[in-house]
Design a protein around this ligand. Sequence first.
Ligand SMILES: [Zn+2]
Length: 219
Amino acid sequence: MRRAAAAAALAAAAGCAPLVALDVGHHAAAPGAIGASGTPEFEYNLALAGEVRRALEPHGLRTYMIGERGDYAVLHDRTRDAQGADLFLSIHHDSVREELLPSAGSFSGFSLFVSRLNPRLEKSLACASAIGERLRAAGFSPSRYHADPALGSGRAFADEANGVHYYDNLAVARTATMPSVLVEAGVIVNREEELRLRDPLVRGRIARAIAGGVASCLK
Ligand SMILES: [Zn+2]
């Protein structure tokens, strides 16, 4: 009886644990950017999302994967299927504009995005900043590419130190009803950075930093 009660209490506690929807960016038919080695972004997103999922477990957070089978072609299906989650976290790897590809080796670092059209902007930003802070503490640097008006798209920083930008029309942030953050873990069109990003040790460090930031903002 006591044991059953304890189990029920544990189940109830687990039920209350924050739920993170882990969105694997892109899908099989349109796998995103192509890395310098020819490996499509979707493969990197899938591997990192799986690592983030594992890294969130010790924090006691529940996770739900979206798009891990490569079959989510419609972006708003992703946020629709994340109903009930406390955070929508979209995992991506970055590229640069086509005309900049010959100098892709000079672009590196992570970027984080939130939308001012998301109804939970404040929480989205808190989570994005926490993730950026943990990534920096783990030795990674934020990219300045997306904020650059000439090179990138001039996206304003929401938290410059931690690499967080506003990207208001970002579909997975705008259509989410819960806080939403998109992570670009690094630049896979940069040959050297791609090699780092595919190293399981580096991927593990990135995943633990992301998980640490998520846990600190959701608890
Ligand atoms: Zn992407």
